[in-house]
Design a protein around this ligand. Structure first.
Ligand code: S3P
Length: 171
């Protein structure tokens, strides 16, 4: 099994969909933010605050090299900016989880832990800037994607099913 790499904007549901995929397939899953947090023994938010974004992007590059060289048969959920690593395409099949900006924000806000979901993401602090970032990134995500799954108005389970079906066709 080739790795599957989930890319997409913050809050689109990469984590929830990854959890559904592992329930319904043979995949093991890892998350690049979790790998960075355990490597650093501190939260992404703190790394951004203390070291700055550039330092964080350096850590993502390190993780990307390790994934390319050491990880197989795995579902890899990534932070929203991880797609910029140079070797992304060598890591696995790239799946872009797509949804309009407004529906992503709506999804976060209706979550019971909405406040903490917003707080832990430094780049979602200012929604106007986040929308600008979304507009820049959307075409870049699309250009890299082998597969696109539109997640709007679908449950994580439905997205996971659709994704696995499309991945099977792709191999
Ligand atoms: C980021 C997304 C975050 C996290 C960091 C930066 C981004 O991950 O990696 O705050 O640049 O979009 P999520 O996409 O899981 O929120």
């Amino acid at each position: 099994m080739k790795n599957i790499v989930l890319i997409g904007f913050m809050g689109v549901g990469k984590g929830s969909i990854a959890r559904e995929i592992i329930k319904n397939s043979e995949y093991i899953a890892v998350d690049t933010d979790d790998l960075i947090e355990s490597m650093q023994n501190r939260k992404v938010k703190e790394i951004f605050e203390v070291e700055g974004e550039k330092y964080f992007r350096g850590l993502e590059k390190k993780v990307a090299l390790w994934l390319e060289n050491g990880v197989k048969n795995t579902l890899i959920s990534t932070g929203g900016g991880f797609y910029k690593v140079e070797n992304l395409k060598n890591i696995g099949t790239i799946v872009f989880l797509e949804a309009p900006f407004d529906s992503i924000i709506k999804r976060i806000k209706k979550h019971p832990n909405a406040a903490s979901k917003l707080k832990k993401r430094p780049l979602l602090k200012d929604l106007k800037k986040a929308k600008e970032l979304y507009d820049i990134r959307r075409p870049e995500y699309l250009a890299l994607a082998d597969i696109v799954v539109n997640v709007e108005e679908k449950s994580a389970y439905e997205c996971a099913k659709e994704l696995l079906k499309k991945v099977k066709k792709d191999v």
